[in-house]
Design a protein around this ligand. Structure first.
Ligand code: ADP
Length: 433
């Protein structure tokens, strides 16, 4: 944000500088060089003396009068060949010289003027130019005054612009903070502004948008929760009914079908259970955090797994220390990763954990097929499965990783997936220590 206003200031300064140059060149073109004008006023006495005293002399006395002036004046008057001066001047000034006008050179505090155009004052006088030097011209001071004028105008413009843009800047900063908070998942974040603030209309719209998004997400969550909850009763009734049917079934074929239906119902029940678990993780109210020793908790996770033919190594350092966490939720997150590893590994699984200065990393490696790089974000989305046919066999709904991510996020941590040195997938949970 600072950059935008800095750029704005630079732009204003550049515009003022540009305008100053444009004014200078436009004035020079239309009314003659302003510096020449200043120099002409400063050298007015010498020009007056030349035009009213020396030039008014009878033709044969012109040189005598010039010499008189030379004696009494600090200004140096030289007579130089016309060709030499013409060669040194730019075309515009050369033309002025040719017309017999005074040509000023403010930078060198001098001027040129032809002695005359007809050669009347002395022999060859039309071929000579009078070069007056050491004139009392002080362009520096005029330039300083111009610079001061420029600075005063710039400051007079910048101060109100700065005051005006400060209020915008503060408002926009407040809005970008709200957008950051909202984007990072704090759905209650809102912009607090007074109606007199310049960004108030924008803040109102952003707040309105945030209200709508929050309402929609809440409605979605509560719908998911209610549907899952409501499904439980009919599922229980169906389970009961199927058990009765199974008990009374004489026909072995019917009994087989009932058994298959019971299997489907169990799956449906498990899905509803996972959906309910996931919807509970949407609110931090369900986090029951307490100081917990991490190493024993992780070792316990390895005991909670179903039996598996794959070797599970656990290299958890004893000095992991205590963390403020909900042991039930974190165990659920780690168990989900371990269960997935059991499903997809071909022989080896490794659970490791280490502590750095400000974080604890829990890593689950396996030697299974791994997860392609472009799927690594998507596998954390609910119901996302890489290969439906493979997972039908492994029996997942695609909710495990999404539950893990929500559980870890409730602890202020993050989970990511990488390639494992064992050849398969590596899941890394990072928790702030
Ligand atoms: P599921 O309950 O289907 O396992 P998850 O959310 O736990 O759902 O996982 C989502 C998908 O990510 C899985 O269907 C599987 O395709 C892939 N996946 C998860 N863990 C692993 C792993 N360790 N190795 C390979 N693929 C995995």
């Amino acid at each position: 944000m600072n950059r935008i206003f800095f750029r704005f200031f630079v732009l204003v300064m550049l515009s003022i500088t540009g305008a100053t140059f444009v004014i200078y060149f436009a004035f020079s073109r239309l009314f003659g060089d302003p510096l020449d004008d200043i120099a002409r006023r400063q050298a007015a006495a010498q020009i007056f003396l030349l035009e009213q005293y020396v030039d008014k002399a009878p033709s044969d006395e012109w040189l005598t009068r010039l010499n008189n002036v030379r004696v009494v004046s600090n200004v140096r008057y030289d007579l130089v060949p016309l060709a030499e001066v013409r060669a040194a001047l730019a075309s515009g000034r050369r033309a002025a010289l040719d017309r017999g006008e005074i040509v000023l050179d403010p930078a060198n505090r001098s001027f040129w003027r032809r002695v005359d155009l007809e050669g009347e004052r002395y022999i060859g006088s039309h071929e000579e130019v009078l070069h007056a030097q050491n004139l009392p011209i002080d362009i520096d001071q005029a330039l300083k005054m111009e610079a001061l004028r420029y600075v005063i105008v710039a400051v007079a413009l910048l101060v109100p612009i700065a005051l005006w843009s400060r209020s915008h800047w503060q408002g926009l900063q407040a809005l970008s903070r709200v957008a950051d908070e909202f984007g990072s998942g704090k759905l209650t974040a809102r912009a607090q502004m007074k109606p007199s603030d310049t960004a108030y209309p924008l803040a109102e719209r952003i707040n309105h948008m945030a209200d709508r998004i929050e309402d929609l997400l809440e409605a979605q969550k509560s719908l998911l929760h209610s549907v899952s909850h409501e499904l439980r009763t009919p599922i229980a009734r169906l389970e009961f009914g199927l058990e009765l049917l199974d008990a009374r079934a004489k026909d072995p074929d019917l009994s087989k079908r009932v058994k298959a239906m019971e299997g489907d119902l169990r799956e449906l029940n498990a899905l509803v259970g996972e959906l309910l678990d996931m919807s509970k993780l949407d609110s931090a109210r369900n986090l029951q955090a307490a100081p917990t020793e991490l190493a024993p908790l992780l070792r316990e996770c390895t005991q909670m797994l179903p039996p598996s033919p794959h070797a599970l190594d656990c290299t958890v350092a004893d000095d992991l220390g205590e963390l403020e966490l909900d042991p039930r939720l974190l165990a659920r997150a780690v168990c989900n990763l371990l269960r997935n590893a059991q499903k997809y590994a071909t022989g080896r699984i490794l659970l490791s954990a280490s502590r750095t200065a400000n974080a604890v990393e829990i890593v689950v490696d396996d030697d299974g097929p791994g997860i392609p790089v472009d799927e690594r974000d998507k596998v954390f989305e609910p119901f996302y499965r890489l290969d439906r046919s493979r997972d039908r066999a492994t029996g997942g709904f695609g909710l495990g990783l999404s539950i893990t991510r929500k559980a870890v996020a409730l602890h202020g941590g993050a989970v990511r997936v990488d390639s494992s040195p064992l050849g398969g997938a590596r899941f890394v949970i990072t928790l702030p220590a």
